[in-house]
Design a protein around this ligand. Structure first.
Ligand code: MF3
Ligand code: CO
Length: 249
């Protein structure tokens, strides 16, 4: 069931999203060689709690941390660890969210650790831009397939691939709500977009083939071919005046 949010609900959700964005920025600024992913996770959790929020990934289906931190060929759902030190040249995807007053925010971004290759920069830029193309397509009266098509065509025109096994989603009083928001699709197909819908759009883009596999830890998703992967995500409200990005500071 797709839940449409009232203006009052959107205002509360805006606060959950502001906290989510602040936590992402806080963790992202701390990305540098030698820092552990557990340290980034701790900074994010402290920020969320300092703002009166709660980390909403923690204990979600048993997930053990505030953030998912996924490096290089790791696509999503990397588990922070005190044993995992960042190295110069890594690209570091951080995905996290906050719950505030019953509503969820969800966002992600990929950060450069020190100097990274031109190839890695291009992948990050294309993934970030594909998110904005998807957001532009998230208009009331349109369809979910418009979003996926916008993301997919932008990504594939640059020689990259979109991950298909994982998708964006509605977000509200639950972290994951209907509808699913794939990063591929056909214009004019899928669920109709309506004012009051709130969705997380989150392209996961591989430099190589689209295939992914889950690690034995049951969480970490890797590219099958070992290629680099990037991930950007915003929580977005569909309004009569167009899409509004909620996860801004
Ligand atoms: N990364 C997922 C999303 O953005 C949610 C995290 S699932 C968790 O939708 F279990 F890792 F928390
Ligand atoms: Co999400």
């Amino acid at each position: 069931m797709i839940v449409l949010k009232t203006g009052r609900e959107l205002n509360i959700m805006k606060e959950a999203c502001r906290i989510s964005a602040g936590a992402l920025q806080t963790a992202g600024k701390a990305v540098e060689p030698g820092v552990t992913t557990a340290e980034l996770d701790r900074l994010a959790e402290e920020y969320i709690r300092s703002q009166g929020g709660e980390p909403n990934f923690k204990n979600y289906e048993g997930y053990p941390a505030t953030a998912c931190i996924s490096i290089n060929n790791e696509v999503i759902h990397g588990i922070p660890s005190a044993k995992r030190k960042l190295r110069a040249g890594d690209i570091v995807s951080i995905d996290l969210g906050a719950k505030f007053d019953g509503y969820h925010g969800d966002n992600a971004a990929t950060f450069a650790c020190g100097d990274i290759s031109e190839e890695a920069k291009r992948l990050m830029d294309a993934t970030r831009e594909s998110l904005y193309e998807g957001i532009k397509a998230a208009r009331a009266g349109g369809r979910v397939g418009d979003i996926g098509h916008a993301v997919q065509s932008y990504v594939e025109a640059r020689g990259y691939t979109v991950v298909r096994q994982f998708v964006g989603h509605g977000v509200g009083t639950h972290l994951h709500e209907a509808p699913e928001v794939p990063n591929f699709g056909t214009p004019g197909r899928g669920v109709r977009l309506m004012p009051g819908m709130t969705i997380a759009i989150e392209p996961m883009v591989n430099a190589g083939a689209a295939g992914v596999e889950v690690q034995p830890d049951g969480w970490t998703v890797l590219t099958k071919d070992g290629s680099l992967s990037a991930h950007f995500e915003h929580t977005v409200a569909i309004t009569a005046d167009g899409p509004k990005i909620m996860t801004l500071i």
